[in-house]
Design a protein around this ligand. Structure first.
Ligand SMILES: [Zn+2]
Length: 203
């Protein structure tokens, strides 16, 4: 059977679900629910012996766009939560690095930069110097790639590394186990480009 897909903004809290196998009936929250990142599901809590326990319904979490479309029906707590997400995104879009020309000129022949984090800010550093600062994003591999491209546009083959510091790892990688390897690959390519350009070794 196909599980019913419920609408978060609909009547799922009161809607009766019926098990086609054992006849159990009850609401979503009376069933066996399990939480996942993007949804909750509900299995029949009735007696099913060693047979499979039917999946009665799936409740996907709304996207930010869906929350916004239902703003009038949100509780004050939900509205505050959405406001925080929107403010965070606005602030990031206002303060983020957009063009290579926003970056400072650096005279150093070789640039080993750090991808560091200080409170809620991502900070790009060269030794003790601060090169760039903007609001940090979570699971930000996409942002690492964007910033790296802008740094390369500005500094060319003098850029040899953009190394994440331990303080930045949590926000950069999040729960994405593939992200550390992806960052290593990008850093490896950066070093190859630096080597291929035959940049003068510092003496
Ligand atoms: Zn059942």
């Amino acid at each position: 059977m196909t599980a019913l897909i419920l609408d978060y903004f609909g009547d799922w809290r009161t809607r009766p679900l019926v098990c086609p196998t054992c006849g159990w009936t009850g609401t979503f929250e009376e069933g066996w629910t399990e939480l996942y990142e993007a949804l909750q599901d509900c299995q029949c809590p009735g007696e099913h012996g060693s047979g499979p326990r039917p999946m009665l319904a799936v409740l996907p979490y709304p996207t930010l766009q869906q929350w916004q479309a239902h703003a009038g029906r949100l509780s004050p707590g939900e509205r505050a939560y959405i406001g925080q997400i929107e403010n965070g995104r606005d602030r990031f879009n206002r303060l983020k690095l957009r063009m290579a020309s926003q970056l400072p000129d650096l005279p150093d022949p070789v640039l080993d930069l750090l991808w560091d984090q200080e409170a809620e800010d991502l900070v790009i550093r060269l030794g003790a110097r601060e090169v760039w600062r903007e609001p940090v994003r979570y699971e930000a591999l996409w942002r690492y790639e964007q910033v790296l491209a802008l740094l390369q546009a500005k500094y060319g083959p003098r850029l040899r590394d953009l190394a994440p510091t331990p303080a930045a790892e949590y926000h950069l990688y999040g729960d994405q186990t593939a992200h550390p390897a992806a960052v290593q690959r990008l850093r490896g390519r950066l070093r190859q480009a630096w080597e291929a350009a035959g940049t003068r070794q510092p003496c």
